[in-house]
Design a protein. Structure first.
Length: 287
C-alpha cells in the first residue's frame, strides 16, 4: 500500500471590501480600504466561485477576473444597501458569458422584485433583470447545503431590518465563519454587556480557522448606537476565544474610522489564544 499526502490545494479567501454602512473615500482610508462588504472564496489555483455579499468590493473581484466572466454563486448574508451596491458595477457578472447564482435569505419576498426597488429607473438606468449573462435569483434558509464545492452552514443571527444570516464555509479540511453584521446585545447583554454568545454564533464560529466578524463599534459607540445593528469589538474577541478560533479578522469597519483609528482600535484588543488581525481590502488568506 502506498500512502500519498493530501494534494488538495488550500482554500483562498480574498477580502474584496471590508467597510460597513457606506463606502469611505479619502487618503486617510486607503490603507484599510473604503469598499463595502465582499469576500471571494476559491479552491486555490481556480478563479473565485463563491462570493459572500455584493458590496462595492465586487469591483475588486471583477479586476481579479478580468477579462473573464464570473461563474459561480453570490451568497448574500442580508440585503442592506452596503451589501448590494456593487451589483450594477460588476462587469464580470454583467457579461454575456457570466453564469451567476444569486442567493438571499428566505423571507417571503421575490428576490428580483426586491432588488429592483433599488436598481431601476429613475434610480439606475437598468434593472437586475437586464444584467447580461445567465443570472438565477433564489433564496436559502437555515441549514447546510453544498455550493461551489464547499459545505455551507447558514444560521440566522440578529441584525435588524430584514433577515440576516451568518455563514460557515468549509471544504472538509479548513473552515471560515462570516458574521459581517451582528448585534448580539439585541437578544441579551451577556455576561459583560456586549451581547450573548448565542447558539447560532457559536455553531458558526466553533473551531474555525478564520472568523470574519463585524467590528464596527467601540464600547462607547455601542452605548450611543445600541439599536443600529452592529457589534462592539470586545464581543468579537470573546466569541473567538469561546469558540477556539485560530484567527479573528476584524471586518465591516465603520465608514468614519480612518486607517489610524482602525489600528488604534485593534491595538486595544488582546488574546492569549486568538490571532487578532485587521481586515484590509485586498488581503489574501490561504487556509
Amino acid at each position: 500500500m502506498v500512502c500519498r499526502a493530501d494534494r488538495r490545494r488550500p482554500v483562498k479567501v480574498v477580502l474584496c471590501g471590508v467597510r460597513g454602512s457606506l463606502p469611505a473615500t479619502g487618503a486617510e482610508y486607503q490603507q484599510v480600504g473604503g469598499a463595502t462588504s465582499c469576500v471571494a472564496i476559491s479552491h486555490d489555483g481556480a478563479a473565485p466561485s463563491l462570493v459572500l455579499d455584493a458590496g462595492t468590493g465586487l469591483r475588486r473581484l471583477a479586476g481579479m477576473l478580468k477579462p473573464n466572466p464570473f461563474r459561480g454563486t453570490i451568497l448574500m448574508g442580508h440585503l442592506h444597501w452596503d451589501h448590494i451596491l456593487g451589483i450594477p458595477f460588476f462587469p464580470a457578472g454583467d457579461h454575456p458569458d457570466a453564469d451567476v447564482r444569486f442567493l438571499v435569505p428566505e423571507q417571503g419576498l421575490d428576490v428580483l422584485e426586491v432588488l429592483s426597488r433599488a436598481m431601476r429607473p429613475p434610480l439606475f438606468p437598468i434593472s437586475p433583470a437586464q444584467l447580461r449573462g445567465a443570472w438565477r435569483f433564489g433564496t436559502y434558509d437555515e441549514g447546510e447545503c453544498e455550493l461551489e464545492g464547499f459545505t455551507v452552514l447558514a444560521r440566522e443571527i440578529p441584525h435588524g431590518g430584514g433577515r440576516t444570516m451568518g455563514l460557515r464555509i468549509s471544504d472538509g479540511r479548513s473552515s471560515i465563519a462570516y458574521l459581517s453584521d451582528h448585534s448580539p446585545h439585541s437578544i441579551g447583554p451577556g455576561d459583560d454587556g456586549f451581547g450573548e454568545l448565542h447558539p447560532a454564533a457559536v455553531d458558526l464560529a466553533r473551531d474555525v480557522d478564520v472568523l470574519i466578524h463585524d467590528a464596527q463599534y467601540t464600547k462607547s459607540e455601542l452605548v450611543q448606537k445600541f439599536t443600529w445593528g452592529h457589534t462592539a469589538v470586545p464581543y468579537c474577541v470573546n466569541l473567538a476565544e469561546h469558540c477556539n478560533v485560530k484567527t479573528l479578522m476584524l471586518f465591516h469597519h465603520d465608514p468614519m474610522r480612518t486607517d489610524d483609528d482602525v489600528r488604534d482600535l485593534a491595538a486595544t484588543l488582546h488574546s492569549d489564544t486568538v490571532d487578532i488581525q485587521i481586515g484590509v481590502e485586498g488581503l489574501e488568506i490561504q487556509i
